[in-house]
Ligand binder design. Sequence first.
Ligand code: ADP
Length: 398
Amino acid sequence: MKILVINCGSSSLKYQLLDMEGEKLLAKGLCERIGIDGHLTHKPQNGKPVFNEDVAMPTHTEAIAAVLDKLTSEEYGVVKSMREIGAVGHRVVHGGEKFANSVLINDEVMAAIAECIPLAPLHNPANITGINACKAVMGDVPQVAVFDTAFHQTMPGKAFMYPIPYSYYTDLKVRRYGFHGTSHRYVSKRAAEMMGKPIEELKLISCHMGNGSSICAIDHGKSVDTSMGFTPIAGLPMGTRCGDIDVSILEYLSANTGKDIKELTNILNKMSGVLGVSGVSSDFRDLDTAAAQGNERAKLALDMFHYAVAKTVGSYVAAMNGVDGIIFTAGIGENSADTRAEICKYLTYLGIEICPECNKKRGEDTFISTENSRVKVMVIPTNEELVIARDTRDIVEG
Ligand code: ADP
């Protein structure tokens, strides 16, 4: 079965077409500036040329139509007809407490995704738009929703509840949901395979470190705690997001800057994190360069990040009363050997020993700990699209 994986944002749409026979990537691409003007980058994986041009995309429906046009075209195509695509899998950000697993999309599911809009006002509407656009262009092809939050629905109350009046949970659904669930699920399963043990026998900690970063404690295959919270702003300092801060800072800043909560929340989301501290960039490559040139604030921002990751890992060792393996993934986790080494310097008390040579490898699943290391440390490139495609196939094939 060939499966189209869609990750739809408010003005963008990322896609991959996979052949599940051999789990082969056939093509991938990105629609940008949807609703503004429109640009399509389409990369067939069969040796045909890349398409990289402006295409009018007044709505997501035209974007999907353009993608299907390229996927089936003589010059850029990888399939003969749309009918070869057996199903579509969508990344959906928020499934609230309704969805602990991926589901086949029907009217009831659409209503439930819409119900979660107040919890993810930027993301869920875009996901709904993407699903409707596929329906408009592809008709009755089965569509599956894979939620970022679903993997974390196994967290116990002691981990997901906030210590605030209980009615805010029951009436307004305020709780920790956690995100990046598809990534944490993928890398933890891969880690168990690499370690040659059933995941049900392992205590793992997954560090997804990209523009957005979150850490997850995975006890016997189940997420038992994670660092993002009610929204993805919580937990670690990130590229532009502040992570955990004292909530009273909002009132104090409002009183002293005249900015309202909305403006300040925007600053905490978009102008904080390592960008806010360094004043240099949200990109860790730029920070590495600046720190190497002696920029103290860039160095401070990096130190704060390493420290926050190490503290969170330590707290999850306590939460699970042990740890067998630690995983690094996503843009920073997969590419920055220095970041991994700096974080692991805090963790020698766990008996962790890093092999500097192994830590230099890139782009492949690898152990970066030594044979003797009491806790195994791994780098595992994440593959959320593959998880979405696998879930979609499993659900559609029943
Ligand atoms: P997203 O959360 O948007 O999916 P990614 O997982 O792609 O992000 O991570 C993007 C981030 O990865 C970049 O902002 C950059 O900071 C970081 N990154 C990528 N390559 C490197 C590298 N070689 N060294 C350090 N950081 C890197």
